[in-house]
Each structure stands twice: as C-alpha cells, then as structure tokens.
Design a protein around this ligand. Structure first.
Ligand SMILES: [Fe+2]
Length: 252
C-alpha cells in the first residue's frame, strides 16, 4: 500500500478568555473532525491567541492537552514567542530562542515551519537570516517531499486590507522555494478565508480561521472586510505517495 500522510491545518484559532468559550469550542470541533478523518498530524498555523495574553494560552493548552494526533504550534501576528515557549513546555521542537522555526522529520512528508512574524507588527517579514535558515533546512533532504508552513500568505491576494499587512520581501521567499522542487505544498493562514496562490512551482493554500471569516475587498470604495456568507473551518492536506497532495476545506 502507498504511504499516506494526512495533515490537519488549523489556523487563526484566536483563543480568548472573554468570548464565553466560543473560540475554544470551534477548535474542539476542528480537532474532533481531524480525528474522524484519521489525520496523522495537526499543525496550528498561528494567531493561536487573540491578544498574546497568558490566560489565552492557558485556555489553548487546555483544549489541546490530548490531541488526536501529534500537534505542532506556530506563531502569528497576534502571538508572543516567549509566552508560547512558557505556556507549552512539552513542545520541545520549539527553539529556545529567536523565531519559532523548526522542521518535523517523523512523517513521509517533511514539515518545515517558518516563523516570519515581526514582534509588535501585523505584517510579516521574510528576512535574509530566515532565507538562509530555510535554504539550509530544505537542503538537508532534497529527495523527500516537503511542506512549508508560514503565517502570512507569501503572494498578493489582491485584497485591500490583507496585501497591506501581508508578507514583506516575498521575492526573497520565492527565490529559496525555486531552488527546492521537493516543496510540493506551501500553507499559511492570516487571511481568515480560503485562497489559493503560487510561489515558484509550489501551490500555496491559505487556510480559513476556525473562529471567524473575513470578507473579500478587492475594489476601491469597497468596505474592508465586508460581511460574508462563508463559514469558519480548517484544511485537510491529504498526501499519498505517488500522487501527491490534495487540499480540502472542511467547514465547522
Ligand atoms: Fe488571525
């Protein structure tokens, strides 16, 4: 039988202590759906908390205490690196200092998580140092398929708000990816709605938020983040040896 790897991508959970448990309940639903789909790993792609507060991370720690599969955390622009390290001491894959970038080697697809957040800022930035880190990380196993995860979409979405608070220096990111044909998927969050783009040869999938959806504002004079009918959800990235990835939206 061909090897398979099902990754649940859960993004922008925005856990908070003052919403009557709504964000936590949405995350619980996503985790139980991930269990139903027999996901092999779960990756939270940032904006774990709503306001970087210790009590928000404590609420998250409670919800993810017994995940249905190995679960990995990444920061977003609403997060604080030091507080994440402090609240999740058992997540030993997180580096002890600097950006929370890491690789996971336990699966048929490598997970390469890039922390390109900027402390105190809403936008992201892909620095030269991060470019060197990513190139080195990807160079370790050129033959094994890799999925690269980051918080900010590394392409222009043509949304009036989100392109302003997107990833700075996306061409620097593209240059690294272009050298690594083994990168077969790039995933991110931040936008709170599903979108698909491309960086070099690799398709990029933007996951929805489990908490709330932003509308799409593409024209001048249009309200930013207008009302929208889409529902919150998560992404299932299903990989099978020989045929690669297919990415599915699951609504909550
Ligand atoms: Fe967010």
């Amino acid at each position: 039988m061909s090897a398979r790897f099902f990754l649940a991508q859960i993004s922008d959970t925005h856990l908070r202590a003052d919403d009557g448990g709504v964000a936590a309940a949405q995350l619980r639903k996503a985790l139980s759906q991930a269990a139903e789909y027999r996901c092999d790993a779960i990756l939270l792609t940032g904006d774990l908390a709503n306001d970087e507060r210790p009590e928000e991370y404590a609420a998250l720690a409670e919800v993810i205490a017994n995940p249905p599969a190995p679960l990995f955390l990444m920061p977003g622009n609403h997060d604080d690196r030091a507080r994440i390290r402090e609240a999740f001491p058992r997540h030993t894959y997180l580096p002890r200092e600097g950006p929370l970038s890491y690789t996971v080697e336990d699966f048929p697809v490598r997970l390469v998580a890039v922390d390109q957040t900027v402390p105190g800022e809403t936008h992201g930035l892909f620095t030269e140092q991060q470019a060197r880190w990513l190139d080195k990380a990807l160079s370790k196993h050129r033959k094994k398929p890799a999925l690269v995860a980051l918080h900010h979409p590394p392409f222009l979405t043509h949304d009036l708000l989100f392109d302003k608070i997107g990833l700075m220096e996306p061409r620097r990111f593209e240059k690294v990816i272009a050298h690594h044909p083994q990168v077969t998927r790039i995933i991110c969050g931040h936008h709170h709605r599903v979108a698909v783009g491309q960086v070099a040869h690799a398709p990029v999938v933007v996951a929805p938020s489990t908490s709330w959806v932003y509308g799409l504002a593409t024209g001048s004079g249009q309200e930013i983040a207008p009302r929208t009918a889409e529902q919150p959800g998560w992404m299932l990235h299903a990989w099978v040896e020989g045929s690669g990835f297919a990415s599915h939206f699951l609504g909550l």
